[in-house]
Ligand binder design. Structure first.
Ligand code: SF4
Length: 347
């Protein structure tokens, strides 16, 4: 197995293997994974993995992980699950990948299943909590409750795997209070990574029917950005890494309505800079000059430069400033903010 500083510094290669809807006991109202991809058969995995790695830069210097996405991995019928696990294990034993991960439902996590996964080289399990409000989960016909997520998180940690949790702001029945509750409950489980997927309406789903009947209204983009920014800040405060905000946008997926944007994650971070800039302009007047780390300039300026266009500030960069900070040039600590300082202005 490879290791060392170089591997640690480069981003890992995550090779997605879609098991679309396999293991799912029913279809949740917002979901249609088949639009993303058909399930990959176990025997096709080695070729898929090799081809994916061959297309990546510096693949030998980077950590490589196989990831089973798009279904409820641990809920797959046991004979088929064993075939997937056998293929994953072969890849780990051959040194082609360093580990395996998967996403699954919280009510399909048991010590026995995780023990099988661990033997096949699993290092991480991601659970789709979606919400920690049981009323919302019921409205989405998830078929599990928030207690299942708490229990699954504990089992995954006990198994020595990294814990990932997905949440979906804007599900039917969710309001701001319910969303804040979800964020705080998830943060208290101390996941290693979190993904925030604002709910969008995918064609052909039960959610589309509710929408057409006028029984569901998706979040508008502004509200979705605010909820995601709140989650992003709170999870970061608790030491959880937010891996993704916004749903992936494959061409073959038909989105009917909802807060979908190709640069959603960027918009969230740019919103943080906008609010920080507004707060500092309140304190120091509009004739300020902001400083940020050079890599944060795009977020400071905003999507299509809308922050600087609307607020009309001047700016420069300072390599010594930590990422995520903004400072009024020439000012002391009070003139320097990071996203956690603006949490009270969101939601
Ligand atoms: S949301 Fe998850 S559990 Fe529900 S149908 Fe989709 S893949 Fe299956």
């Amino acid at each position: 197995m490879q290791g060392g500083i170089e591997i640690a510094e480069l981003s890992p290669i995550v090779i997605p293997v879609f098991v679309s809807h396999l293991g799912c006991p029913h279809r949740c109202i917002f979901c249609d994974q088949r639009q993303f991809s058909e399930p990959v058969l176990p025997e096709d995995i080695p070729d898929l993995v090799r081809a994916f790695i061959a297309g990546c830069k510096r693949s030998h210097d980077r950590k490589r992980l196989v990831a089973f996405y798009g279904g409820s991995f641990t809920g797959i019928d046991s004979l088929l699950l064993k075939r997937y696990l056998a293929k994953a294990r072969e890849l780990v034993e051959q040194g082609i990948v360093h580990g395996v991960k998967a996403s699954t439902r919280p009510d399909m996590v048991t010590y026995e299943l995780l023990s099988m996964c661990k033997k096949a080289g699993f290092v991480e399990m991601e659970i789709g909590a979606q919400s920690m409000d049981d009323t919302v989960l019921h409205a989405c016909r998830r078929g599990h409750g928030s207690a299942d997520t708490v229990r699954a998180a504990r089992i995954i940690k006990d198994a020595g795997m990294r814990l990932g949790i997905q949440i979906m702001p804007g599900l039917p029945g969710e309001d701001r209070k319910s969303f804040r509750h979800t964020v705080e409950e998830v943060a208290s489980l101390h996941p290693d990574v979190v993904r925030i997927y604002p709910t969008v309406i995918i064609k052909g789903t039960a959610l589309e029917q509710l929408y057409r009947l006028g029984d569901y209204r998706p979040l508008d983009l502004e509200e979705a950005l605010d909820r995601c920014l709140f989650g992003y800040i709170r999870f970061s405060q608790e030491g959880c890494r937010v891996l993704r905000m916004g749903i992936p946008q494959p061409e073959n997926v038909s989105i009917v309505a909802g807060p979908s944007h190709p640069s959603f994650g960027f918009l969230v971070k740019a919103r943080a800079y906008r609010i920080m800039a507004e707060v500092l302009m309140e304190r120091y007047g509009t004739d300020v000059r902001f400083e940020v780390h050079p890599l944060d300039i795009p977020e400071l300026l905003g999507y299509k430069r809308e922050n600087i266009r609307d607020l009309c500030f001047s700016y420069s960069f300072d390599h010594c400033l930590p990422r995520g900070y903004i400072r009024v040039k020439g000012e002391s600590d009070k003139g320097c903010l990071q996203p956690r300082d603006i949490i009270e202005y969101i939601l």
